[in-house]
Write a protein that binds this ligand. Sequence first.
Ligand code: PLP
Length: 394
Amino acid sequence: MSTKKPRGRQFFANPGPTNIPDSVLRAMDRPTIDFHDPDFREVFDSCFAGVKRVLGTKQHLFMYTGSGHAAWEATLTNLLSPGDAILIAESGYFSDEWAKMAKALGLDARTVAADWRHGVDIDAIKAALLADTAHEIRAVCVVHNETATGMYIPLPAVRAAIDAAGHPALFLADTISSLGSLEFRMDEWGIDGVVGGSQKGLMLPTGMSFTGVSDKAMEVHAKAKLARYYFDWTVMLGRNPQSFVGTIPVSFFYGLQESLRLLEEETLPEVIARHHRLGEAVRRAVQVWAGNDGPRLFCTNPTRFSDSVTGVLMPEGHDADALRRTARHRFNVSLGGGLGKLGGKVFRIGHMGDLNEPMILGTLATVELSMRVNNIPHGKGGVDAAVEWLASGP
Ligand code: PLP
């Protein structure tokens, strides 16, 4: 492996954190301001309203200094009591991690098992709820977009399953790798708790996360007894402004104000359409590479393809991390690795956030280059297929 430093700008094709637009970086490059200053309050209020618009909610919002795990923990501890049962739809590494956290917090985390490549059967969620005649299950937890595999779960179908089962459980969704990338509507889709983070579709550095909360969930919160303080929504409601128990990360808010401006200037429907266009370009390339026993799409269910990240499964006997090292060290393209049991078997192409066609094509071409360097068998013409798809679009 060459020790020379690659030149040129790094192509960052990770599925989170993601590229931060220059204008967001510039917006954050400002002197500190007192978070009680009226000038800051204006910024805070506009960001608070903006995040609610992106969530599609007129209900409640709480924000935290902390990565996505903070919002996961806040959501569970504010809504549940020791020993409560929750139902988690298995999607991959991140649903497993959320379940692990729930158990560590003293919850009875039950899983609807699923094949990570095909995706959870929504009827199995309904069946688990129907079987729970005593209504022990307090919340149904779903990772909207499983970042570890490149598959999404249709949340309206899960809502319909909960309703069809006549079950009163709260509906909690992790939108960490879908918000600002895939369609999401908290109020319209009847979601009670929405976990979101800063470093993916919102195009910010890692370190801020939040929860959208329904009126129904706020009622449940009043009786929830899990220990909490820093994340306690009731403590937050006593603060001014009503979020953040500690010091408010003001620099983040300058960045958030700009990222919200960018999203709304492009318009959310256009942002979602762009993610679909770019995601489909990646999938078309990978489908060609799969020829000649090459790397293939990890997700085998076309109705669940994620438009923000694609997991690529390596052929037997070939190491995904060796390919990633070539791409990163020789060509300055950073790809995501396989998580948990997918380590070394899968690499991931992130296509979310501040991204355009040349960035995607550069990444795909570099994957092809790295496959040739590493003698990985693959079908030829993946980039051509992506170009063809992108040329056929608007
Ligand atoms: N949920 C999903 C779907 C994620 O992709 C991630 C991180 O990538 C997390 C939760 C955890 O968030 P964080 O790493 O910001 O704590």
